[in-house]
Write a protein that binds this ligand. Structure first.
Ligand SMILES: *Cc1c(COP(=O)(O)O)cnc(C)c1O
Length: 369
């Protein structure tokens, strides 16, 4: 018996009830609930500072941030992307009238394989949309080199990269734009929410119009935009959660370290390998189970843990290039992604997960060997 209470892969970070109530009092004083209110603007400023980016525009969610990034660049044609991601990434491409071209991933960290990108470039390619999956930073330098060579835009899906730094600078500063998610299940949340970051001031101004129907001013609508504004109530949650973020990150880091220690050396179980130069947010703890060595499959481990009240997630399975909504199953074209999708399991990881549960989860995995 691992735990009496159910343990899920994540549990949302929330401030105390009183802290939130205190924060939303301002909304009644200002009588402004959305459209760039005081709390919204304060959160934009504080996040830009905290994350170390020049300009950041809050959005209603991470998905709308991706769509706005793609649409405000007025792209046409093909976008080279990864199938090893949440369905939002691929939907954003297709919903923007673009064609996803799926590139395989690397076995080492599950990000797009930069060595395969050039083979997929055609005269119709307009952009690359890589994902810093599980907070693993893509090979941003190689991707930039390819983008320059073929004049392609680069938009990063940075939904998993809140607060991450590489050699001390924000991972959100790469490419033409990065989209980030503040969904309830992410390490920093505004209930629902997200943001786009870009260093291109002109693009930033267009994106800000895009999230508000493309409205330029009272009498001019310059773009066919959408409604992706963040409300004051969501911003209030963000302002409260930001106060506790560092503390929560330290707690998640400790949990990740216990996993690393307890799962180390189990043959056939691959654990994350953290790079020295990256400051991680410890959002996820994916393990890859090699059945030919470990003796049991990912689905076996998933079932054993479910019986012990521990509910992991098979992230990311299925691959987005196998989904029926896009028609044909293209997953054979990305064999590494397919292999990883069939053998990966994300173990529970959140700030308030107790250490005892972590050790029990590891024990379940270890004792079968
Ligand atoms: C969560 C997530 C999104 C979408 O963010 P929402 O805020 O839920 O709309 C996009 N891409 C990835 C990789 C995600 O994990």
């Amino acid at each position: 018996m691992v735990t009496k209470d159910k343990v899920f892969v994540t549990s949302p970070s929330m401030p105390s009830y009183d802290e939130y109530i205190q924060m939303i009092k301002k909304i009644w004083i200002n009588k402004m609930m959305t459209n760039g209110g005081e709390l919204h603007n304060e959160l934009e400023r504080k996040l830009s500072d905290y994350l170390g980016v020049d300009s950041l525009a809050l959005t209603s969610n991470g998905h709308s941030a991706l769509e706005i990034a793609l649409q405000s660049m007025e792209l046409k044609g093909e976008v080279i992307t990864t199938p090893f991601t949440f369905v939002s990434t691929t939907h954003a491409v297709v919903r923007s009238g673009l064609k996803p071209i799926f590139c395989d991933i690397k076995k080492s960290d599950y990000t797009i394989d930069e060595n395969l990108i050039e083979n997929l470039v055609t005269e119709n390619t307009c952009a690359i949309l890589p994902v810093h999956v599980f907070g693993n930073v893509c090979d941003v330098e190689s991707i930039e080199r390819i983008a320059r060579k073929y004049s392609l835009k680069v938009i990063y899906d940075a939904a998993h990269s809140f607060g991450e730094r590489i050699y001390g600078s924000s991972v959100l500063n790469f490419g033409d734009a990065s989209a980030i998610s503040f969904h309830a299940t992410k390490v920093f949340n505004t209930v629902e929410g997200g943001a786009i970051c870009t260093r291109d001031e002109n693009l930033y101004n267009i994106m800000v119009q895009y999230r508000n129907f493309g409205i330029q001013d009272a009498e001019n609508v310059s773009h066919i935009g959408t409604n992706a504004k963040m409300s004051e109530f969501h911003a209030a949650m963000g302002l409260c959660n930001l106060r506790h973020y560092e503390h929560e990150r330290k707690k998640r880091k400790k949990i990740a370290e216990i996993y690393l220690e307890c799962l180390d050396g189990i043959r056939g179980i691959k654990i994350p390998c953290y790079k020295e130069e990256i400051t991680y947010n410890y959002a996820y703890f994916p393990i890859v189970i090699d059945k030919s060595i470990y003796g049991y499959s990912r689905d076996d481990v998933f079932e054993w843990l479910s019986k012990e009240n521990v509910f992991c997630r098979k992230y990311f399975y299925p691959l987005t290039n196998s989904l029926e909504c896009y028609g044909k199953d293209l997953s054979e074209q990305t064999p590494i992604a397919k292999e990883i999708a069939n053998s990966i399991l994300c173990l529970p990881l959140y700030a308030d997960l107790d250490e005892n549960s972590v050790m029990c989860i590891c024990e379940v995995i270890r004792k079968r060997k």
